[in-house]
Each structure stands twice: as C-alpha cells, then as structure tokens.
Design a protein around this ligand. Structure first.
Ligand SMILES: N[C@@H](CCC(=O)N[C@@H](CS)C(=O)NCC(=O)O)C(=O)O
Length: 323
C-alpha cells in the first residue's frame, strides 16, 4: 500500500489516511508470516486515552490506517446497535484488520506488534518484563481516576451526564431488546461510577494508588535505563505514554515534575520527543467540537432559556391576575 498522507474522497465521519514512518517498517506486511493486511480501520475518538494508545502503536509500527470517529460525547454513538456488533462492551477503540475485529486496547497493541513488520516492541528475550509493565498499566483504573479528579461544576456536569446516559440506555433497551444483556452490563458499569462519586474514601485511595505507581516508576527508572525495559523503546513505554500524558493533564503535573521525580520526568521527556507522540495526541478541531458537543449545548441552553421565559411570563400573568 502506498504511504499517502491524504486520501481523496472520504465519508464525513472518516479521518484521512494516517501513516507515520517512525520505525523503518515495511508496508503492512505481517511480521508473523501471515497474509499481509490490506485494510486497517480504527474506530476511535480523538481524546480517548485507549484510542491514543492504539494510535501510538500504529504510528510506531508505521502502519497506514483509516479512521472512523465514534462520538463518545453526549450523542453516545458507542451505544448504537451498529457499534455494539463490533464492540459489545460499547467502548472505543475497535480495530478492523481486513474485517477481523479486535477490541480492547491492550490486546490490539499486542496484536499490532505481532502482526506488523517494523521494530519489535516486545522483543522475545524481554517479553516477561515488557508484559509486566503493559499489564500494570492495563490494571490502573484511569477512567475512575479521571472521574475523581474532576471538581466542582465539571464534576456535577459529569454526574448529570452519566444519569442522562443511563436514561438513554434504558430507552435503547426497550427499542432493541436483543441487546438487553449488553445494555445491562453498561448500566451496571455506570452504577459503579456513580457509586464511586459518593465514596470520598475510595476517591482518596485511587489518588494514593496513582502516586504509589508514580513512585514505582521513578524507582525503577532510577536504575539508569533509558526506557522502562532496558535502553530500547518497547511496548511497556508505549502503554504508559498516554497514561502519563493524561495524568499530567488531570492534576498530577507537580507529582511528575523534575524536582519531585527526576527520572520519571526525564523518561517522559524522551517519550514526548518521539514523532509518534504527536500522532497519538489529538485535540478536537473546532468543527469536531461543534459537531460532537454543539447540539447538546444548544439543546441545554434552549431548555434553560425556554424555562426562564416561562417562569417570567407565568409570574407576570399571575401578578396581573392578582391586581
Ligand atoms: N479496556 C478497554 C477500555 C476502553 C474504554 O474504557 N474506552 C473509553 C474511552 S478511553 C470509552 O469508550 N468510554 C465510553 C463509555 O464508556 O461509554 C480498552 O482498553 O480498550
């Protein structure tokens, strides 16, 4: 496949064809000796952490891919039956390799490394150690941590959003009874998040867990290697990159500062220097932000505006009637 930066005609929800030659990868040829993959499609969302992990792996392996954005914002496209068929957990990302469906970012990045040519991210002789760090990352409850780091109005809005999502799932369950089980699992998941928001003790525990992990990373990196497992970049570094970047965004920047954890800070600086870092991080463009959040904001403001005038006019009539 030619490594083009743009493709000519794309459906509105499709990304451009992406490719970034970080590693000296061959074309999308199977490293495992299987048939070469002809078409790679990632269902993802720009700001989703798990999508970032997969985009990073695609960039590091130099794989050309097409993207479909699944709006996990207020429209909750991930709950729709067409997506449930691809990913019954109703989350992004999902990767299609010539129609074969892969879900779960951990599994996806491991498969990408095994199936595509380019620098091996899990070298045989370091497999156990690399996978130890990959699994430690996978166990870190980032979604919960992000939730408890939200404060004030943002936190309230998030809780309100979860309740709205619950209502939407109940409606979808009635409409698509064949997906009742899938939706029931999603409802249970939301209930757990709501429960967490009522447990300050668990919230503190989560923050302590994150700090302990940063301590562990600092201690390990202080042994003097350039990367987590030796001096070469591996899947261990890849898996942690979006997590460290997100922790920095959600209030742990000071915990990762050079004066607090110098080895961690130096390692993160090395990760940020890699060209793949830019390919992973994607902010919403203005048009995406308007498309994903605009209708919701408009509806909410319109409702507030209508309510306000209903109250003003109602009071006006009531006062006039009393005179
Ligand atoms: N273990 C899964 C977790 C995926 C996940 O939680 N994805 C989030 C975005 S990072 C999502 O789709 N959230 C929307 C939702 O839960 O409805 C993975 O690693 O792929």
């Amino acid at each position: 496949m030619p490594a083009s930066a743009d493709s000519a005609s794309l459906a509105p929800d499709e990304d451009k064809v992406r490719v970034l030659r970080v590693a000296d990868a061959g074309e999308t040829e199977h490293a495992s000796g299987r048939q070469p993959v002809k078409h790679v499609r990632l269902h993802h969302f720009p700001t989703s952490l798990c999508s970032q992990k997969v985009r990073l792996a695609l960039a590091e392996k130099g794989v050309e891919w097409h993207g479909t954005i699944v709006n996990i914002g207020p429209a909750h496209e991930q709950l729709q039956p067409w997506y449930a068929k691809l990913n019954p957990r109703l989350v992004v990302p999902t990767l299609e390799l010539d129609g074969e469906i892969l879900t779960d970012s951990r599994r996806i990045v491991v498969e990408l490394d095994a199936r595509f040519a380019g620098a091996a991210l899990v070298p045989d002789e370091q497999r156990d150690e690399v996978m130890h760090w990959v699994d430690a990352q996978d166990r870190l409850p980032m979604r919960e941590l992000e939730l408890v780091q939200k404060k004030g109005l943002v936190r309230w809005l998030h809780g309100w959003g979860l309740d709205k999502k619950r209502k939407q799932i109940r409606k979808l369950t009635k409409k698509y009874p064949e997906l009742a089980e899938v939706y029931a699992r999603k409802l249970a998941d939301i209930d757990q998040l709501r429960e967490l928001m009522r447990s300050p003790a668990r919230e503190r525990e989560l923050v302590d867990e994150a700090e302990a992990l940063l301590d562990g990373l600092e201690q390990h990196l202080s042994l003097g290697t350039r990367y987590l497992v030796g001096d070469g970049y591996t899947l261990a570094d890849l898996a942690w990159t979006p997590v460290i970047a997100r922790l920095e965004q959600i209030g742990f920047a000071r915990s990762m500062a050079a004066h607090r954890r110098p080895h961690l800070a130096a390692w993160y600086a090395r990760l940020r220097e890699r060209p793949s870092f830019g390919a992973m991080i994607r902010r919403l463009t203005v048009s995406q932000a308007l498309r994903f959040y605009g209708p919701f904001v408009l509806k909410t403001f319109l409702l507030v505006w209508v309510l306000k005038w209903a109250i003003v006019l109602g009071l006006g009539y009531a006062i006039a009637a009393l005179r």
